[in-house]
Write a protein that binds this ligand. Structure first.
Ligand SMILES: Cc1cc2nc3c(=O)[nH]c(=O)nc-3n(C[C@H](O)[C@H](O)[C@H](O)COP(=O)(O)OP(=O)(O)OC[C@H]3O[C@@H](n4cnc5c(N)ncnc54)[C@H](O)[C@@H]3O)c2cc1C
Length: 220
């Protein structure tokens, strides 16, 4: 598999044309496993705004291509592997259902661990009512507000994902977010963005999965 970076697509062109564009530019006979791994917008020049992609694909003569073009490298795929370990008899207690707690609990139950998740605030749907009431009346519920409650501090943001995006383990997080309702483009967009409405559903869906896999989720 090779990775080709810096593939340009005009804003008038369709993403469906990308594979054909790449095939023609490098005269590739057979292409398989074509995947977009990164997408960004180059808007540095007002009269030349376009998309820039990185794509992975399999083709013949990959070594020769990688030697000939500086924008082509052999693609390395590092995937997150859960570490082997002895499972304790007692459940692991996780305090808080922000992004850290949710992903921690989900990953543990997926790997056969028992967990108890404690959240000081309320479920995301009930929490939303408390947040709306705060905006209307100014009355603060100290355990259920913009900071506290299921989903954590960023649940009422527009869901731009800005943390640790260069760490290869972030792929696991993005795949879980996508599997639980975030748009597919977060898997490759350089500025991934979930969207407020999707955030609520995604958080609830992760909680349901934790429970389905045997996790014990408790709200105060
Ligand atoms: C308004 C706002 C907008 C944001 N927007 C973005 C954004 O667009 N993009 C971005 O990348 N980041 C954003 N952030 C930052 C992002 O929300 C945090 O980086 C992220 O939430 C941290 O995750 P966490 O799980 O470590 O902690 P938190 O999200 O803070 O989660 C902690 C959880 O623990 C619970 N808790 C606290 N004390 C206890 C206790 N004693 N017992 C049980 N549970 C407890 C809380 O209720 C909460 O659910 C935003 C933050 C805020 C406040």
């Amino acid at each position: 598999m090779i990775r080709i970076t810096g593939v340009r697509l005009e804003i008038t062109e369709s993403e469906d044309d990308l594979i054909e564009k790449v095939r023609r530019k490098y005269n590739l006979k057979n292409v398989s496993n074509f995947t977009i791994t990164k997408k960004s917008v180059d808007a540095r020049k007002k009269n030349d705004i376009h998309y820039v992609y990185a794509v992975d694909l399999c083709t013949a003569n990959e070594d020769a291509l990688a030697g000939k073009y500086k924008e082509i490298q052999k693609a390395e795929h590092k995937t997150y592997v859960f570490p082997e370990g002895v499972k304790p008899d007692k459940p692991i207690v996780i305090a808080g259902m922000g992004p850290a707690g949710l992903l921690c609990a989900l990953t543990l139950v997926q790997n056969g661990y028992k967990v108890i998740v404690l959240e000081r605030g309320k479920r995301v749907d009930e929490r939303k009512k408390d947040v709306d009431a705060f905006w209307e009346t100014g009355v603060l519920n100290p355990s259920s507000n913009v900071q506290f409650g299921e989903g954590g501090a960023g649940t009422f943001s527009d869901g731009k994902l800005t943390t640790g995006i260069k760490d290869f383990r972030i792929r696991k997080v993005l795949e879980e977010f996508h599997a639980h309702g975030a748009p597919e483009e977060i898997l490759y967009y350089s500025k991934p963005h979930i969207g407020t409405d999707n955030l609520y559903h995604m958080v609830a869906s992760i909680r349901e999965d934790i429970i389905r896999l045997g996790g014990d989720v408790r709200f105060s």
